[in-house]
Design a protein around this ligand. Structure first.
Ligand SMILES: Cc1cc2nc3c(=O)[nH]c(=O)nc-3n(C[C@H](O)[C@H](O)[C@H](O)COP(=O)(O)OP(=O)(O)OC[C@H]3O[C@@H](n4cnc5c(N)ncnc54)[C@H](O)[C@@H]3O)c2cc1C
Length: 444
């Protein structure tokens, strides 16, 4: 019997898990498409951005996972559109036809339509962006030596993180640790008492969806570490030098880090614009099928599934993405065995809890029945994140870096590496030459 074709868009937590679960399944041939040739472990981006670990330690080449697979093929391509009426996905390397399509393209940063902020701030939603932020932070302090006025020095010495969710909290905590332990040693002739770290959150609390204890402790830890936490502050504009808030306050800075929201990476043609849910998510039923479609599924951050326990959709977490993928793989297997759709299992998320780390021996953990913070929470956070990292090699590399940082409060990864222009000459259709005017890209 001819195998049915499943095309999976995105090899993040959801897409990769689904492809692994369908690996060597006799009923399906699977094509996994991603714009990167590696899987990214997003929860540790902030450590890459603050030079605590290497980018390669939280990345894993997708092709290696499927070496020797009988039914999974991997393609490096950017998905551009879906042609639902023809069962075709358009990508930068050509079209792919499918019997079942699974959209697992995750989210991108939401700048809420502000083009200035999008252009001038630093988001952290991919390994590339985490590396760009690391380079920015390191070059920022180098540029302090050539500041020509006190105003310019002030702009360099102010670092502003917007968004008080786990990303913003973890990042501002890590920068505060750098200020205390590393920067004065690396740049002994700069005065780091002038370095101000701001964390601006629109809501009344940091770590909004977490417990009261997490709100209180994260605020307490960060303020004790010298971070200026501004809650109920809404950033309205940024011109590259000054941030403006809705209440009239301003901060002069060249370093705006944007961690204030995400929106789904929905490919063109997936659904009508008016059918998208809040945050650009695809509304799915409890088998993860996109509403109004016959053979398109969505899992992970991009999907929005209402259940009695989660009437507004699930939280956008790696665990939810993985569980959804596992459930969908089981359901595909049932379909492959010829079972009808009414025999499919409905998804139910069992929340194991959530956590965030703020600094050395400072973390908060919410379990379903109770919450705790401090040293035990910090070790719990480290242990669980280490367990989630793919491959023993990456676990060991991270463990060694963490051990070095724990005992020395330092690391040796503060290296500024940037791709050359030539790196961009290669695209997925072969070798192309960029003349001075990059818009006029020509075939070599
Ligand atoms: C900084 C940060 C910290 C986080 N910390 C935690 C945490 O501590 N705990 C937790 O549970 N969750 C955390 N999350 C959330 C977690 O990472 C997400 O919930 C999870 O990644 C969702 O998985 P996904 O598969 O839906 O999407 P992703 O993992 O984002 O995967 C999407 C994939 O689609 C690919 N893709 C996107 N667009 C295209 C395109 N046009 N063409 C081809 N490929 C494309 C991407 O390259 C990516 O590989 C964090 C997220 C961030 C950004």
């Amino acid at each position: 019997m001819e195998k049915k074709k499943i095309v999976i868009l995105g090899a993040g937590f959801a897409g990769l898990k689904l492809a692994r679960k369908l690996n060597n399944n006799p009923h399906f041939s699977v094509t996994l498409i991603d714009r990167y040739n590696y899987h990214q472990f997003q929860p540790l981006f902030y450590q890459v951005a603050t030079a605590a670990i290497n980018a390669s330690d939280i990345s894993f080449p997708i092709r290696k996972v499927f070496q020797g697979s009988k039914n999974v093929s991997v393609r490096l391509a950017e998905v551009t559109a879906i042609k639902k009426d023809q069962n075709i996905v358009e990508t930068t390397i050509g079209d792919f036809s499918y019997d079942y399509l699974v959209v697992a393209m995750g989210c991108t940063t939401n700048f809420f339509g502000n083009k200035q902020i999008e252009e001038l701030s630093f988001p952290m939603k991919s390994t590339n962006e985490a590396l760009t932020l690391k380079n920015r932070l390191l070059t920022n302090f180098e540029s302090a030596y050539s500041a020509e006025s006190p105003e310019e020095l002030e702009e360099i010495m102010n670092i502003v993180v917007v968004g008080g969710g786990p990303t913003g909290v973890e990042l501002s905590g890590a920068i505060a640790q750098m200020k205390k332990f590393i920067l004065p040693k690396d740049y002994p002739d700069l005065d780091f008492s002038k370095l101000n770290i701001y964390l601006i959150e629109g809501g009344p609390n940091l770590l909004g969806p977490m417990s009261e204890l997490a709100h209180k402790k994260s605020y307490e830890y960060l303020t004790n570490m010298g971070v200026n936490v501004w809650t109920e502050g809404r950033v309205t504009d940024y011109d590259g030098k000054t941030i403006s808030l809705a209440d009239g306050r301003t901060i002069n800075t060249r370093n705006l880090i944007w961690a204030a929201g995400v929106m789904g990476n929905v490919p063109e043609g997936a659904v009508k614009q008016e059918d998208l849910q809040r945050g650009n998510r695809l509304k799915v039923d409890r088998t993860s099928k996109v509403l109004g479609t016959e053979n398109i599924y969505a899992i992970g951050d991009i999907s929005s599934m209402e259940t009695p326990k989660y009437p507004h959709g699930h939280p956008q977490l790696a665990r939810v993405a993985g569980d959804q993928a596992e459930q969908l793989a089981k359901n595909f297997d049932k379909l492959g065995q010829g079972l009808s759709e009414d025999k499919l299992t409905l998804f139910e998320y069992k929340d194991p809890g959530s956590m965030a780390t703020i600094g050395k021996r400072k973390a908060v953990v919410d379990l379903p029945k109770f919450s705790f913070s401090g040293r035990l929470a910090w070790f719990t956070w480290m242990f669980l994140h280490l367990m989630l990292i793919l491959t023993v090699r990456n676990k060991l590399a991270i463990f060694l870096n963490w051990a070095q940082t724990y005992f020395t409060n330092d690391s040796s990864l503060r290296i500024i590496v940037r791709p050359t222009k030539k790196d961009f000459r290669f695209n997925l259709k072969g070798y192309r030459r960029f003349p001075k005017n990059r818009d006029k890209e020509v075939e070599a």
